[in-house]
Design a protein around this ligand. Structure first.
Ligand code: SF4
Length: 403
């Protein structure tokens, strides 16, 4: 491996990865920058950022940097005798003990620290999983993607699972031969944002894909042997299209039969065009209980064999999780159980769920949030008429923190 100049001793990282890749501490390798579509009205992740394809040698250079960091961390961890585990102290030793690399890192210091912690966490979880960032790895030319996957295998033979986000259209555009090549080179799982199977919802939110195109892309991915995870966004049709959104999404997923279905309930994000529409009264947001009802309609109409999960903070009922069809009744009971609680209990449940999400990330509430949450609690406990509005205000304030 050629010597890497200190100024170049970092690898690029994009802003997001699926929750499952976070749980597995996947190594994050950025193969493209931002989103080639970047027009979905609910999304603000890459707003104002231009899409670009990264050159293969650039990505290969990133893999060399990862390898160098990996080796330095293992060297620093060795004296502790923790069987290849990299402690926080070992990370600090590498950071403080390499002034040539980390002493005067200027603009890249945050990224260099993120690199170290990403690689340390990855080593500690077995260095087995890698996620290719950003929004659509399949938009890359097939030979380039295959070259990166081959390089990854060569540098890190321990890697067992490589995954990526992909748009249905990009999958559908590849030939079966190309998909087979990519799969054989080691890309195992695709995370696809279905959002909805209803054409009217898809058009309104400018997803840039139709229900049939979703089916075409999904079926091709399954036929090529990818493990396929489709994301559905409850609430995306607002009040007007709630039922159609639920039923059409279930119908599309029944045709695709993916391995995983992940619920990611709509949360109006700061900076998203859909939030602007809501402020102008043009989007009628679905109240949370109606969203739960919508998930029930969706579930009732699902007849595939996917594993369904609600592992995103935007979801209210995390317990809606299980293998279809055998766990369907159990999941519908979770929904029923919630919807048949008295209003006060539902409000407390909603508030406490959001509080847990918030405190799991930030530890405690600041004084301002504490006051808003306290006002909601008091209104609920005293059974006041403003309890639903106070609860909604508190939840919206909490969501700002973690959405
Ligand atoms: S395709 Fe994904 S990343 Fe791109 S704008 Fe839509 S939701 Fe956002």
């Amino acid at each position: 491996m050629s010597e890497i100049a200190p100024a170049n001793f970092f690898y690029e990282m994009g802003p997001i990865r699926p929750p499952s890749e976070g749980q597995d501490h996947s190594l994050l390798i950025r193969t493209t920058r931002n989103c080639p579509w970047n027009r979905c009205r609910f999304c603000s992740t890459y707003q104002g950022q231009r899409f670009s394809l990264r050159k293969v040698p650039e990505i290969q250079h990133d893999l060399q940097v990862v390898k160098a960091i990996h080796d330095k961390l293992l060297d620093a961890a060795r004296p502790s005798g923790l069987a290849g585990r990299v402690s926080h102290d070992a990370v600090l030793r590498v950071w403080a003990g390499q002034p040539g690399l980390y002493g005067n890192t200027g603009d890249n210091s945050t990224l260099k620290w993120q690199n170290l912690t990403n690689v340390a966490n990855w080593i500690n979880s077995g260095a087995r999983t890698v996620f290719l960032q950003d929004a659509d790895a399949l938009v890359m030319r097939t030979p380039d993607l295959v070259a990166i996957l081959n390089c990854l295998k060569e540098v890190f033979p321990t890697v067992e699972r490589v995954t990526a986000y992909a748009r249905s259209k990009s999958v559908a555009r590849k030939s079966m031969e190309e998909l087979a090549q990519i799969r054989a080179a080691g890309l195992v799982r695709l995370h696809v944002g279905l959002e909805s199977g209803c054409d009217e919802v898809l058009a309104r939110i400018k997803k840039g894909v139709t229900a049939r195109e979703h089916v075409a892309g999904g079926q091709k991915a399954v036929a090529a042997g990818f493990s396929l995870c489709e994301y559905v966004m409850p609430g995306l049709g607002g009040r007007a299209l709630s039922r159609r959104h639920a039923l059409d999404s279930a119908a599309v997923l029944n045709e695709i039969n993916p391995d995983f279905i992940r619920l990611r309930s709509l949360a109006l994000r700061q900076g998203s065009p859909l939030l602007d529409s809501w402020k102008k009264g043009e989007f009628d947001e679905l109240p949370e209980d109606d969203m739960v009802r919508e998930i029930g309609w969706f579930m009732e109409n699902l007849h595939c064999t996917a594993y369904l999960t609600s592992d995103q903070m935007s979801n209210l009922l995390w317990e809606v999780e299980g293998r279809l069809p055998q766990d369907k009744e159990k999941m519908l009971q979770v929904i029923d159980h919630y919807l048949t609680k008295p209003l006060g209990e539902r409000l407390i449940f909603r508030l406490h769920r959001r509080l847990r999400s918030f405190t799991s990330v930030y530890g405690s509430l600041g004084p301002e949030l504490e006051e808003i949450v306290q006002a909601a609690r008091e209104a609920i406990v005293k059974d006041r008429a403003d309890a639903p509005d106070r609860t909604a205000a508190a939840i919206n304030a909490l969501k700002e923190g973690f959405v």
